[in-house]
Design a protein around this ligand. Structure first.
Ligand SMILES: Cc1cc2nc3c(=O)[nH]c(=O)nc-3n(C[C@H](O)[C@H](O)[C@H](O)COP(=O)(O)OP(=O)(O)OC[C@H]3O[C@@H](n4cnc5c(N)ncnc54)[C@H](O)[C@@H]3O)c2cc1C
Length: 402
């Protein structure tokens, strides 16, 4: 079948890969000049299958006032008069109930496991080491016993994952991350998952697109903006860009936060709100942790990218450009203070600001739209890299065999 995939972020690239692998003739289209230039660009780089707790939870609901008042260093929710913000907020609050939280957590876990299994299968067909992981394992650290208990209680919601997790005390954390021995940082303990991984998303996308996919490849069209869809006999029949027209029998929209704007009229609006995050990438030192770190209290992650270290995190809404730049600096200053020695902080920092395409329930939208033949794969929030392979597998199931 001829299929157009719109958007070459991690989700679109992985979707194009899976459809090509299944024998479909795929055209992958992006308005940018290369893959992973949107939210996928300089994210936390973590394939974090073991830690997929949804943000909407009873615990988050209790802290909302602090997020709005600005007292939480990791989350700043600015005010907005936009009705879409408040509509999204009401739906988010509904998902903070205990039953909704558990159900969303379990659905995220299932998608994470499907993603891990799907990426394993993809890799089995490649020469060993084709997808070059730089970070191995993931440690979620906490500063006190209460936080560790909370973390463990949350993980009980996903029992099959718990088997992969090890509880570490502060000494064991320091054995794993030697920089903790020398720093002044007080750690109570953590949860470690040896099978989680890290890799720069742009390298991941370029690797998938240049791989030999069962002797086939998708046709990739960069610097082309999607404009509209042509219909014939009540189904999609072509994608029109600002440069070309592509006949197709199915369209998969992987447009992240641009989905509603780009597909106006073809879909019912999706509940996606941009939640801003930041990253700073610096040269690594010999003390850079090999495993990824999630610093739960301060809401950022650290990833080893080989010769570089990436610190990424915070969750903000509706901040001014000036305040956003300040927040990126705050992330750098926090990393310097809490994790001295892991990066060359004297080097020129490479800052990035990205918008997570968040849904209220923390689950991506993966389904056929009201337009027959137009499928949606969007709204992956803070886990799009982790969920990309599983989401692509689900799309393949919906589209069917070639
Ligand atoms: C600070 C931060 C840290 C993060 N860390 C992690 C992490 O460690 N692990 C993890 O799993 N996730 C992480 N995420 C989340 C993850 O980055 C996103 O969920 C993911 O990148 C979404 O991918 P996407 O392909 O859906 O969207 P995008 O990457 O935004 O891709 C959408 C693409 O559509 C293209 N496009 C838009 N409109 C058009 C048009 N009209 N025509 C053609 N092309 C168009 C854009 O150019 C873009 O390339 C993080 C996010 C942030 C902000």
């Amino acid at each position: 079948m001829k299929v157009c995939v719109l958007g070459a972020g991690v989700v679109g690239v992985t979707t194009a890969y899976m459809l090509t692998r299944a024998g479909h003739d795929v055209v992958l289209i992006d308005k940018a000049s290369g893959p992973a230039t949107g939210t996928s660009k300089a994210n936390g780089a973590q394939l974090a299958y073991s830690y997929v707790e949804p943000f909407a939870s009873p615990a988050t609901a209790k802290k909302l006032a602090g997020f709005f008042l600005g007292t939480d260093p990791g989350i700043k929710l600015g005010m907005s008069l936009m009705p879409s913000y408040w509509r999204w907020g009401v739906r988010f609050l509904r998902n903070c109930g205990n039953a909704e939280y558990k159900s969303n957590f379990q659905d995220r876990e299932a998608l994470a496991i499907l993603s891990r299994d799907t990426l394993d299968k993809i890799e089995e067909e490649m020469p060993a080491g084709t997808i070059p992981r730089t970070g191995k394992g993931k440690l979620v650290i906490v500063e006190d016993e209460k936080s560790l208990k909370g973390l463990l209680a949350a993980q009980q919601v996903m029992p099959s994952q718990v088997n992969h997790l090890q509880i570490l005390d502060s000494h064991e954390c320091a054995e794993l991350v030697p920089t903790l021995k020398s720093g002044s940082r007080k750690i109570y303990g953590g949860l470690y998952c040896a099978t989680d991984e890290a890799l720069d998303t742009q390298i991941y996308c370029e690797t998938l697109l240049s791989a030999n996919i069962r002797n086939r490849k998708p046709t990739v069209k960069y610097s082309e903006s999607f404009k509209t869809i042509e219909m014939s006999g009540g189904r999609v029949s072509a994608v029109i860009t600002d440069r070309n027209s592509y006949e197709c029998e199915a369209v998969i929209a992987c447009l992240g936060g641009d989905t509603n704007k780009s597909l106006n009229g073809f879909i019912r609006p999706l509940p996606i709100y941009p939640v801003q995050g930041y990253s700073v990438t610096l040269p690594a030192t010999s003390e850079a942790p090999v495993c990824s770190i999630t610093d739960l209290k301060h809401k950022f992650v650290i990833a080893n990218l080989g010769d570089k270290v990436r610190i990424a995190g915070f969750m903000d809404t509706n901040l001014s450009p000036k305040r956003s730049q300040e927040r990126a600096n705050e992330l750098l200053e926090m990393a310097k203070r809490l994790w001295p020695g892991i990066a060359d902080y004297d080097a020129e920092p490479n800052f990035w600001i990205g918008q997570r395409p968040m849904t209220p329930d923390g689950l991506p939208v993966i389904r056929e739209s009201k337009t027959p033949g137009l499928f949606l794969n969007a709204g992956h929030g803070s886990m799009g890299y982790t969920f990309a392979a599983g989401s692509a597998a689900k799309i393949l199931e919906l589209v069917g065999a070639a």
